[in-house]
Ligand binder design. Structure first.
Ligand SMILES: *Cc1c(COP(=O)(O)O)cnc(C)c1O
Length: 484
């Protein structure tokens, strides 16, 4: 329901005869259009374009741009998305003509610089992972999961083993079981224990010779590091299975520990969550994967290779490769930003990123958890999951109401109702780039909201043109085109 006047469309504020452009008289002789364009392709009349003055148009777009939250204007405690602020510098670099204007069909000799960058990125991602073989091709984290699982399937096929199951904890991101199914496996859910970590007894009960892969997110989606990963890897390897690490939460452990050293055999990165790829607006992202040496031959072809004379080339000669999963070199613009981010920070800088991400989350948690209980874990990693369960029970105030009310305080809402294992979940992730002042101001807002009248909270937000849109209808009943 609109509380203020809805912003009108340009078509609606159009008035005949108003215009912005002053077009000089045409000196090209008039020719009937259908002598140039076959008549069946001509519309019966010219499209009715809106007619407005320039200032009206400027105001229209400027005002529209202020209706949305944005990371440049507001704090985004949205959990499970890791970094949100991307240094402007990387955007500027990615827009340089030598980068943005390259064409993937150019001859390799003319794109040696970009190939060197992609090769360097492969090497750096291998080092951060502690896993030697890297493919940059996948287009997103979920696509990386699928690609890695297809490599695992090819590996078992080569070994003559018919393994059918992929084990996935119940706290996992929904893409994990979806990728397992798409790759031809059966996804089997493993329970979490009372601490929010993998229930190792349940894991053991499901682990058998049919188990191909265990997919683990560590730190997990509850914001907790699972120290059982070493034990899990040993048990799994003893049965011939492979350990997959979902790297969406790498921000918390960059430069602190390497997935390969913890026993992971395959992993994906989300550069749009960890290495300053733009996040939001529907992409594009990227989902590079890193795998152990014996899985390297199955990676998608081509990889970027470096010859002894220092020339870079695309290596297509990979007979055991699962094939291509993405056109050309992957989403180069995103990969390039990841390269800039990693090179700018260097090893010590990346470690500082994870130090600050974890410190900020723990500080914020310490400011609010007496009012917003955090049921799982005393210390968190880069995010924490609070529960509004007691508020819902005692005062009828739900996680959704708190998220909506935060908008009135000029904050983006946290992630709500995920992960599923925490009731009335408020998943809060401040990230490494926020100052102490911002964290304290946000905590003050959260505490103030907890004391507000439940009726006010149920109708929040009150400062936006629309307060509670019907989100299901908005997603299912798309109206994307203006009709007169
Ligand atoms: C975001 C996320 C994914 C999926 O990554 P996309 O890049 O969005 O496809 C997988 N697992 C976890 C834990 C995530 O947070």
């Amino acid at each position: 329901m609109y509380k203020l006047d809805p912003p009108s469309l340009l078509f609606e504020s159009s008035r005949p005869g108003r215009s912005t452009a002053i077009v000089p008289r045409s000196d090209v002789p008039d020719r009937p259009l259908d002598s140039l364009i076959p008549s069946e392709h001509l519309a019966p009349s010219a499209p009715a374009l809106p007619e407005l003055g320039e200032l009206d148009i400027v105001r229209h777009y400027t005002n529209l741009s202020t209706l949305n939250m944005s990371i440049d204007g507001n704090f985004y405690p949205l959990g499970s998305c890791t970094m949100k602020y991307n240094p402007k510098r990387n955007e500027r670099l990615a827009g340089l003509p030598g980068v943005a204007a390259l064409h993937p069909y150019q001859d390799e000799s003319t794109i040696q610089g970009m190939l060197a960058i992609l090769f360097g990125l492969q090497e750096m991602l291998a080092e951060i992972a502690g896993l030697p073989a890297v493919s940059l091709q996948p287009a997103a984290g979920a696509h990386g999961e699928l690609t890695a699982l297809l490599c695992a399937a090819a590996y078992f096929r080569d070994k003559g083993e018919k393994r059918t199951k992929v084990l996935v904890p119940d706290s996992a991101h929904g893409t994990n079981p979806a990728s397992a199914n798409l790759a031809g496996f059966q996804a089997v859910t493993i329970k979490s224990n009372a601490k929010g970590l993998v229930d190792v007894e349940d894991f053991k009960a499901h682990l058998d010779d049919d188990t191909a892969v265990f997919m683990m997110t560590n730190p997990n989606t509850v914001g907790l590091f699972d120290p059982q990963i070493g034990t899990i890897a040993e048990l799994l390897h003893a049965r011939g299975g492979l350990l997959y690490l979902d790297g969406a939460n790498m921000n918390a452990i960059l430069g602190q520990v390497r997935p390969g050293d913890m026993g992971a055999d395959l992993m994906h990165y989300n550069p749009h969550k960890t290495f300053s790829g733009p996040h939001g607006g529907g992409g594009p992202g990227a989902g590079p994967i890193a795998v152990r040496d014996f899985l390297g031959p199955y990676l998608p072809a081509p990889l970027v290779a470096k010859d002894e004379d220092g020339t870079y080339r695309l290596d297509h000669d990979r007979p055991r490769s699962i094939g291509r999963v993405r056109a050309f070199f992957g989403n180069v613009g995103v990969l390039f930003r990841a390269y800039c981010y990693i090179m700018t920070h260097g090893p010590a800088g990346l470690k500082a990123v994870s130090d600050h991400a974890v410190l900020n989350a723990n500080y914020l948690m310490s400011l609010v958890k007496h009012v917003y209980p955090v049921p799982l874990g005393d210390r968190c990693m880069h995010e924490f999951v609070a529960s509004a369960r007691s508020m819902a029970r005692d005062r009828g105030v739900r996680a959704m109401d708190i998220g909506k009310r935060l908008i009135d305080y000029n904050y983006h809402a946290p992630t709500v109702y995920f992960p599923l294992i925490v009731p009335e979940a408020l998943m809060i992730e401040p990230t490494e780039t926020e100052s102490r002042d911002t964290l304290e101001a946000f905590a003050t807002a959260l505490l103030a909201i907890a004391a507000e009248d439940p009726d006010l909270l149920h109708s929040a937000p009150s400062t936006t043109p629309v307060n509670r849109p019907d989100e299901v209808a908005a997603a299912k009943n798309l109206v994307l085109k203006w009709k007169p």
